[in-house]
Design a protein around this ligand. Structure first.
Ligand SMILES: Cc1cc2nc3c(=O)[nH]c(=O)nc-3n(C[C@H](O)[C@H](O)[C@H](O)COP(=O)(O)O)c2cc1C
Ligand SMILES: Cc1ncc(COP(=O)(O)O)c(C=O)c1O
Length: 211
């Protein structure tokens, strides 16, 4: 494709109906995520995290979903990164998953809090050693002089920690507690299905939105 004006796909592979959708959005998420795991070849757990700066300016980037449940959606990152600094000032954030192969999008909005140190330690210990050293070596989001300076820092931390780097204090998880979750299924003629679940106290209500 050279000119995007001519690129157009009609979405015809599925539907999302009130009679079939779960009453609880976490159940619906579990169902769709399992299907994505079977159908989406690469990074079905990749999601766009959007944060907002103190000045009200939004920014987005991909992070990997590492856990989910009634209490929220978990991802891991550097707490001193741009996103970490923005979340410290404004915990409101959104997550977006898009699976082209399924013609589906899920929008999640809520507030984040840090996961417990134990939870971060447990996840960090599962990561390959190179990724763990990388967390030490990379001052995420900061300007660095060169690629070589990064490699040099990796070598220094490797010499310091060997094959067992502990979790840096500034690296860990966030859990986004959802206030709203929207499930979008592409349909023909741009008349898509959109079911929006909104938290109401202990319960969830569900409405249909116009596409
Ligand atoms: C597929 C994919 C997965 C990624 N997963 C993560 C992740 O789980 N955690 C993370 O900190 N960055 C992840 N990144 C890198 C981020 O997109 C981003 O570049 C980095 O976190 C710095 O963002 P910031 O400067 O806005 O804080 C991922 C990037 C891609 C493309
Ligand atoms: C900069 C960065 N940090 C962290 C992660 C997540 O790494 P892991 O899968 O080891 O948790 C990624 C994944 O791409 C990444 O790019």
């Amino acid at each position: 494709m050279t000119d995007p004006i001519h690129h157009r796909i009609d979405y015809t592979s599925g539907a999302l109906d009130e009679t079939e959708a779960a009453d609880n959005p976490l159940d619906q998420f579990r169902f769709w995520f399992a299907e994505a795991g079977r159908v989406v070849e690469r990074d079905p757990n990749a999601m766009t995290l959007s944060t907002v700066s103190a000045e009200g300016r939004p920014s987005s980037r991909i992070v990997l979903l590492r856990g989910y449940g009634e209490d929220g959606f978990v991802f891991f990152t550097n707490y001193d990164s741009r996103k970490g600094n923005e979340l410290a000032v404004n915990p409101h954030a959104s997550l977006l998953l898009f699976w082209a192969a399924l013609e589906r999008q899920i929008r999640i909005e809520g507030t984040v809090s840090k996961v417990s140190e134990d939870e971060s330690d447990a996840y960090f210990s599962l990561r390959p050693v190179g990724n763990r050293l990388g967390a030490w070596a990379s001052p995420q989001s900061q300007v660095i002089p060169s690629r070589e300076s990064l490699s040099q820092r990796v070598r220094e931390f490797e010499a310091r920690f060997g094959s067992a780097p502990p979790r840096p204090e500034n690296w860990g998880g966030y859990r986004l507690r959802p206030e709203a979750i929207e499930f979008w299924q592409g349909r023909a003629d741009r008349l898509h299905d959109r079911l929006l679940y909104r938290r109401e106290g202990e319960c969830w209500n569900r409405v249909r939105l116009a596409p």
